[in-house]
Design a protein around this ligand. Structure first.
Ligand code: SF4
Ligand code: SF4
Length: 189
């Protein structure tokens, strides 16, 4: 059933706290988190609003918001919060929950980057830049538009500059303990 403002999910925050704790109930809406967040320009809900809606059981608004995907997990909000609300970690939890519930991301390019990055690290145990960008461009559907507009040349130029400075490997280097990294990342698929 589609949740409305009149049918909140009162167990929403309780279930989230069981996965944390995130201390969201301690929030007294001072907005210090939002005032320090570097990504609010791209958000549809401010971080303090996400916390407020979660407390009110407004699960659908939280899980369909752009904000949980735009959040860069920089931890500025958590550091600034006077009440120890673990906002950044809560955003990550909401992202994972949205994926588990099959809620389509309003920011598909961000989701494509998340998936590509995790697959990349699962495969080699560390980031392999030589595959990261091409796979992301393919998965996000941006390769076609870059070819059409000719902006792919900018990516090639950047790649060449990185390669010349030794910052772009052409073959992956596998780390010891790659299997352990893969098993840590498996639940976040
Ligand atoms: S900084 Fe903490 S207490 Fe203040 S609004 Fe944000 S989450 Fe709530
Ligand atoms: S962790 Fe997310 S919500 Fe918090 S300050 Fe950084 S970008 Fe903003």
């Amino acid at each position: 059933m589609q949740q409305t403002g009149l049918s909140p999910d009162f167990g929403f925050l309780e279930r989230a706290e069981a996965a944390g704790p995130f201390n969201a109930a301690e929030c007294f809406q001072c907005r210090k988190c939002t005032n320090g967040c570097p990504a609010t320009f791209a958000m549809d809900l401010y971080p303090d609003q996400v916390i407020r809606l979660a407390i009110l059981g407004r699960k659908e608004e939280v899980l369909h918001s752009k904000t949980i995907w735009v959040c860069a997990s920089c931890e500025t909000c958590s550091t600034r919060c006077p009440n120890g609300v673990r906002i950044a970690e809560l955003m990550d939890y909401f992202k994972e929950l949205a994926v588990r519930l099959g809620i389509p991301s309003p920011e598909p390019a961000v989701t494509a980057l998340h998936q590509t990055f995790l697959e990349n690290v699962r495969y080699t145990g560390r980031v392999f830049e030589g595959a990261l960008l091409p796979v992301f461009l393919l998965r996000s559907g941006q390769l076609g538009s870059k070819l059409e507009k000719g902006t792919w040349r900018d990516e090639v130029k950047l790649g060449w500059q990185m390669f010349r400075k030794g910052r772009l490997a052409l073959v992956p280097k596998f780390i010891q303990g790659k299997g352990e990294i893969s098993s840590i990342l498996r639940p976040s698929k």
